[in-house]
Design a protein around this ligand. Sequence first.
Ligand code: IMP
Ligand code: MG
Length: 190
Amino acid sequence: MHADLERTLVTREQIAFRVSEIGRQLAADLAVDMAGDRDGAGGENVVIIPVMTGAMVFTADLIRQLPIKLSLGLVAVSSYPGKSMESKGVKIASELPHDLAGKHVVIVDDILDSGQTLGVVRELIERQKPASVRCCVLLKKPESARKRHVDVEYVGFEIPDAFVVGYGLDYDGYYRNHPEIATLKLDVLK
Ligand code: IMP
Ligand code: MG
């Protein structure tokens, strides 16, 4: 464990188990959707959209639990520039995929905090009239952290309102490679 980290909140074993559970559920739900598609295109209609950069580790593990044909589309969003721990408003830093009409879209993010990031991304995607939209997050902070309501269909773990890093989540760009969810020591958060 890196010296800057304080305490593990979710272990790699817990993450692996939960990711496979969510993968099973998501695959089953998408199978129902695809069966209802009139064009019979199957997995060609499934688009997984990770919110970069935080969702990249979770998405990499999650998609390998989905034994279906699918494609990936990225959206890059920055809401915590540099060393801040509070959302400074949402900036969409890349173009969204723009061919989502009639598709089954799964938006994947690392964590639901204030809800502003997923709120904006979900709204922009829904405007394209996909056949279905689902949000999937690994972590969810308590309702008291929410500034904006957003529907989230799959949640890995509910955690306390603490700043966490690891498994894709960063502080000032670092610690994304730590394989567990951990809190940072107070003297690191300056
Ligand atoms: P929201 O817009 O406030 O819901 O924030 C969501 C985004 O902020 C996530 O995509 C994360 O990238 C980032 N974020 C929120 N909480 C944390 C945290 O505890 N650690 C690291 N990043 C976080
Ligand atoms: Mg993020």
